[in-house]
Write a protein that binds this ligand. Structure first.
Ligand code: GGG
Length: 358
């Protein structure tokens, strides 16, 4: 039996409710495919910050380094400013472990109602490849003349040739395994230095992949196309901020934030990669036991895929689609009355029943 050491960070809010369902389903896949997991739980959260002044201990990254992967829930809670919680946990992990790819599949599943009319299951199926280490999320900047009329804030965007090239290459290589089409999210008409540079690098990297069709759209019209023509896309590559915004929009288009998984990947495998739902901690529904666990469970399937457990990964994805195709159980975000646990248990049970292999 192959055994994996996984660091588990439930984090805040609904992270604490959906992660246990993700673990339940992974355990189920492990039983079915003879995979063992050693889970190590880390209580790193806003609550920890309020007690200790830190989201994670000073040697937190060192503690995580030895794991095969990190399985994370959600970060952020009222009482701790969002930039403190994000920059105290999620962003240092993404950067220290060179997780420069944030892969976010967007897929319309059978049984799920989309707010975008006239699309059926399977007709919306694309991946957002978000640059995850630089761009608009930079620490370059500052504040001057605080608490005066002259107060100002400056934030620099940082695009490097290395950073652009590697994320674009990843997007093209992914497209080669899919429908051979990459769309670039840009705004080079308004953002006059970084975005023309992004476009230049996109043209250069596209030249390395003559078999892949390309197009590019400014982020404003691209957002409109996501709503009106979500079937146009195969792989969409965007900067850190654009990729983040587009993935929430994509999740909404396929029915719920609760259905959008993600993988923060270090493609070279020098460091552990991290798997988390796109959604945040959702304080408005936290504690009610009604959060949709599918994004977390699906992120677990992405983790299995990354670990090389392809059959197990497919069985989890298949179980998700089989359960969601039924009318019950469903959490309230997708039109039902079921609890987080009801849906998690149904998927865990289905993993044991789906036909083995492809
Ligand atoms: N599931 C992870 C989480 O809590 N994400 C919330 C969030 O705001 N993330 C910001 C980002 O991905 O840049």
């Amino acid at each position: 039996m192959k055994r994996y050491k996984i660091a588990v960070i439930e984090g805040d809010g609904i992270g604490r409710e959906v992660v246990p369902e993700g673990l339940r389903v992974l355990e189920s896949a492990g039983r079915r495919y003879d995979i063992g997991f050693t889970w190590k739980h880390f209580d790193w959260s806003c609550e920890t910050y309020l007690k200790t002044g830190r989201m994670m201990p000073e040697d937190g990254l060192e503690q995580l380094r030895a794991f095969d992967a990190i399985y994370l829930g959600a970060v952020g809670y009222p009482g701790v400013p969002d930039h403190i919680s994000l920059w105290g946990l999620l962003i240092p992990i993404r950067r220290a472990f060179s997780q420069y790819v944030n892969l976010r599949p967007i897929k319309l599943l059978e049984g799920i109602e989309t707010p975008v009319k006239n699309f059926k299951a399977g007709e919306i199926d694309f991946c957002i490849v978000r640059e995850n280490n630089e761009g608009e999320y930079s620490e370059v900047g500052g504040r001057l003349f605080r608490n005066s009329d002259a107060e100002l804030a400056v934030q620099e965007t940082v695009f490097t040739r290395r950073g652009c090239d590697r994320i674009m290459r990843y997007a093209f290589e992914l497209a080669q395994k899919r429908n051979k089409h990459v769309t670039s999210a840009t705004k080079s008409n308004g953002i006059v230095f970084t975005m023309p540079f992004w476009d230049e690098r996109f043209a250069v990297i596209a030249g390395e992949f003559p078999d892949v069709k390309t197009d590019h759209f400014h982020i404003d019209i691209l957002s409109a196309h996501f709503v009106r023509h979500p079937d146009w896309f195969d792989v969409v590559v965007g900067s850190n901020l654009f990729g983040d915004i587009l993935s929430d929009l994509g999740a909404a288009v396929v029915g719920s934030m609760g259905l959008a998984p993600s993988a923060n990947l270090n493609p070279e495998r020098e460091y552990p990669s991290m798997f988390e739902p796109v959604h945040g901690s959702a304080p408005d529904i936290a504690g009610k036991g009604i959060a949709n666990p599918v994004a977390q469970i699906w992120s677990g399937a992405m983790m299995l895929q990354h670990l090389g457990e392809v059959d197990a990964s497919r069985s989890v994805e298949k179980a998700i689609s089989i359960v969601l195709a039924r009318s019950d159980p469903r959490t309230p975000d997708i039109g039902g009355k079921a609890s987080t646990r009801d849906l998690g248990e149904a998927i865990a049970t289905e993993v044991l029943a789906v036909p083995a292999r492809r």
